[in-house]
Every structure is written in C-alpha cells, then in structure tokens.
Design a protein around this ligand. Structure first.
Ligand SMILES: *Cc1c(COP(=O)(O)O)cnc(C)c1O
Length: 362
C-alpha cells in the first residue's frame, strides 16, 4: 500500500549519535541545542525571529495569548483544517466566526473574511490547508486596511512560498507543527516565526511560565502567567538533523506535486485545484476534486493506494455549535475533495502508477 502520510526520519547512523550525545549530556531541557535549532530554522525559512516550542498547538495558543484574545472577542477562522486550529481559539474563550472557503481550493475566501469582520474581530486565522497557500495578496490588503492581524497556521505548509519567500516571513505570526506526520517531524514540536521583536520577547516568557530566562531566577518577576510550552534539547537535536535533509525531502513533495499538476490535467472526473497568485504550495497532501469520491477511493485502494479527504469539517463539532452558520462554498468543497499520496516516499514508479490508475476511471 502507498500511504497518504508517513514520518520522515534521517538515517539512523546520522541521527542516533546526536540524540545519544544530548541524552547523556546532563542538559536535556531547553538549552543551547534548542537555540541552535532556532537559528538554523530561522535561516532555512529566511526569518531569524523564530522560537521553537513543544507543539503546533502550543504555538497557536501562545500567539492568541500575545494578542490578548479572550471572552467577548471574535476570531475569524476556517472549518477546513485540523481541529487544533480551532480548539485553541475556543480555549481562549473567544468566539470563532467561520468565514467561507473558495469552493475551488478549500481555502478561506478573502471576500467572505471581509464580510465577517466586526468591531470584536481580534485576528484572522489562515490555514494553508494541505500545503496550498492562501490568497495572501488579498489577505494582506485586508489586514493593512483594518489593522487586524493575520495568524498563519502553517502546520501543513513548511516549505511553501508566497512572493518567492518561504511561508514564515510574510505575516505578523506564522505557526508550524513538527508533529509525527507533518513534513518535518521532531517527534513532537512546533515553532512560531515573528515579524516583531516585542512579540517574540513576550512569547519567550510565555513559553516558560512567564519567567525571563535572561534574568537570574531570584530577580525574576512574573508579570503575566505563562505556560510550559518550550522545546527541549532532545527534540531540538532531532530537529537539527532533520533540517539538514529538508531541502531534499521538501523538494521531493514539490516535484511529485508538479508532476501530478501536469499528468492529471484534463483527466476525466477530476478537477485540479488552482493556486493563487504568487503562491507555491508545499504539496504536503496532493489535493483535487473528484466525482463519486467513495468509488474513487475504493478503486485506488484496490490498486494499493491510500486516498482520503482526511480532515473533518470543524464546524460540525458540538464544541463549536454557537458558531454555526451557512457556508455554501464549504458544502460544495467538502463533498468532493480528496488527497492522494505526494510525499518523499512516493517514487517515480509509484506516482506513474497512481496517474495510470486514475486515468483508467472509476
Ligand atoms: C498538526 C496541526 C496543528 C497542531 O500541531 P501539533 O504539533 O500536533 O500540536 C495545528 N494546525 C493544523 C492545521 C495541523 O494540521
């Protein structure tokens, strides 16, 4: 079976000595290895203002906390995402306001976001779902006009680009996840990329109870309670090794994605997803719309290929009941989108087979 997702881990002879060194170094908590990882990650995405954290969920929670989002506030978000995007908003006490998605891409529609803005709107949460990049040109316009900050949930889009720049260098906040099935895993982990020094300084305290690591413990004064969300030296050591392989690994996702873009053009029963101006997907999951999806997935499985829509539209969860509203674009998209395997484990032979099976029809 060709799986839809699979964790990439660097070769053991390269990884294990690094893990072992840190494990028995006497310093396994947040320390130099984490700061090294942050430097290297910053270099990789082209934005040095990066903090490494325990998870993508922790990253989102810290960002919402920096923005003082809570009861009485509204955050505009998308139902087309993994649940942590929205459970973290719910945790703050703020109301989630769903905007509709573009039925051609499944990504938030700028016009719908604009319509949903009220005096209570404190942030717009954008998700580069499955690695497709949102219409950033339009969203930056909205943000500049209204002063409402954008949070990019880039858990699916490590390596994606906007305007030739890596995702992570474009908005006030970008959150990453290094969880098991994301493009780069540190087993578990996450990060925030910032535009402003002061946001980063605040996040640095919030990741460690509210304490300032640069001030001696006895002289520290917590002015705001924080979390325990930092990364540790062990997972950072894994991240440092993983990062060395990312140009090749992320490149393979993109190569496969571009291959499908060409090879599936015009195939019967399929509508390919258009990409917005100046954007380059990370192709975490190759996404398209298909007719008779259940039949499609069955046929693929019979031929040894796992395909699936993978994510459950978030607006149907009971916990978000008060946000319920009509989303015709989402209804249209949700009934027909599907993902096919696109990652580093899909070799030339596999991707050709996948295209061949699809072209046979279902
Ligand atoms: C995985 C994921 C997260 C959360 O990341 P964790 O590292 O698992 O906490 C957030 N948003 C999206 C869209 C995700 O897919």
């Amino acid at each position: 079976m060709i799986p839809l997702v699979q964790p990439y881990l660097a070769p053991s002879q390269e990884m294990m000595p690094e893990i072992e060194k840190i494990l028995y170094s006497g310093y396994i908590a947040e320390g130099e290895t984490v700061y090294q990882f942050e430097k290297e990650l910053g270099k990789f995405i082209g934005n040095p203002k990066v903090l490494a954290l325990q998870s993508g969920t922790a990253a989102l929670h810290i960002v919402l906390t920096i923005l003082n989002i809570g009861k009485g506030d509204e955050v505009i978000s998308t139902p087309m995402t993994a649940e942590p995007t929205n459970t973290t908003i719910a945790l703050t006490g703020a109301k989630i306001v769903w905007a509709d998605v573009d039925p051609n891409t499944g990504l938030l529609k700028p016009e719908s976001v604009r319509e949903k803005i009220t005096k209570k709107t404190k942030a717009v949460m954008l998700v580069h779902y499955a690695g497709m990049v949102c219409d950033m040109e339009r969203f930056h316009e909205i943000s500049e006009e209204t002063g409402i900050p954008i949070i990019e949930d880039s858990a699916h889009c490590f390596g994606g680009k906007y305007n030739e720049k890596m995702i992570g260098a474009n908005s006030r906040f970008t959150c990453y996840s290094f969880q098991a099935i994301k493009q780069m895993t540190t087993v578990d982990g996450g990060a925030i990329a910032f535009q402003r020094e002061e946001d980063m300084a605040e996040a640095r305290k919030l990741r460690w109870f509210g304490l300032d690591k640069k001030v001696p413990r006895l002289q520290n004064d917590i002015t705001r309670a924080g979390f325990k969300y930092g990364m540790n030296n062990v997972t950072a050591a894994i991240g440092r090794v993983q990062l060395r392989h990312m140009p090749e690994i992320l490149g393979r996702y993109k190569e496969n994605g571009r291959f499908y873009d060409k090879a599936l053009k015009g195939a019967d029963g399929i509508t390919l997803v258009p990409y917005y101006n100046q954007t380059e997907p990370s192709y975490w999951l190759y996404t398209m719309k298909v007719k008779r999806r259940d039949d499609f997935c069955r046929k693929m499985e019979e031929n040894g290929v796992i395909t699936s829509p993978l994510h459950h539209r978030n607006d149907t969860h009971s916990v978000f009941a008060e946000s319920k509203c009509k989303l015709p674009g989402m209804d249209e998209w949700y009934g027909s989108f599907v993902h096919i395997p696109c990652g580093w484990w899909v070799n030339d032979e596999s991707r050709e087979k996948i295209v061949k099976v699809i072209r046979q029809g279902w």
